[in-house]
Design a binder for this molecule. Sequence first.
Ligand code: SAM
Ligand code: SF4
Length: 331
Amino acid sequence: MQDQYGRVIDYLRISVTDQCNLRCVYCMPREENLRFLPKDELLTDEEIVRLCRIFADIGISRIKFTGGEPLLRKGLADLVFRIGQIPGVKEMTLTTNGVLLKDQIGALYQSGISSVNISLDAAQKEHFSSIAGIDYFEQVMEGFEEAKKYPMTVKINCVLARELNEGQWLSLAEYAKDAKVDVRFIEMMPIGTGKQYTSGGQDELLARIKERYGDVEEQKEKGNGPAIYYKVQGFLGRIGFISAMSHKFCSQCNRIRLTADGVLKPCLQYESHVELKRMLRQGRTEHELTELIVKSIFQKPKEHKFQEQQEKRCDLTGNMLEKKKMSEIGG
Ligand code: SAM
Ligand code: SF4
């Protein structure tokens, strides 16, 4: 379906858990007693499948499973399989920190996952641990190697945070050298603990890549999402940038988000939402749920105002800005 600005909304990110086995400093606070959702506050498989049927009916064809760490959800592959059976669902992908990937990738591939993004912010073990909080670098590498054995797309996503990983950027780019793996650099967004860090910018990193590896060629063919890709001479994979801050892409935004506690968010920045879990559990009919979802998508905000509004708590029209952590929303 289209929203009020004519954008075609066909992509849904589902956060299947708010829990995580890493503590990336820019994403989750490092407190001892972090509170997670009690099990009965999470959407059940049944509820997610029911909502996905409605989403597919109104034109959502691509679904990304995210979290928290999605591989911590028990029975994820079965859930993926069930969603893949829904008419209209054409593509299912996953974003993961990779820690548990080695053992699960086979079942996920069989269930219909066609593309995996592995989040990796450092190319060295010690550096990885200092950002992620836990020494799971080797497990992530094993998951990465295993995923490459399957006929699926494997990408690496690195968040640019000058204070955390500036010295790692070029080493990370090299993962695209010898394998057909795209390495994408994501600008840090001022959400949750991410607010404390300064993002590196696309133009600056591209200049460094050119300086090290020679000229790069911008790829005319765009992927499904907001990434802009470059081919570097001698690299099998591509270098991509997702630059929500310096190269804002709201006018082409095609996505909505379903949080682990069953809230539909039409835009990452704003708190405005529909409490779908509550509606489901109140016994609302398919028709009522569809109406609520359609209305929310239609009213999707025009654009984020991260730059203008970082210090304020609400936008110019009075909409409250998001206070959830990125791990709760799903990225
Ligand atoms: N645990 C999974 C993972 O790390 O891929 C999925 C959830 S995580 C919230 C999804 C993505 O959001 C990760 O690539 C992570 O690096 C990114 N992310 C988290 N906080 C961010 C921020 N403030 N700005 C930009 N990206 C962020
Ligand atoms: Fe966990 Fe992913 Fe957030 Fe890191 S980025 S803390 S792996 S949810």
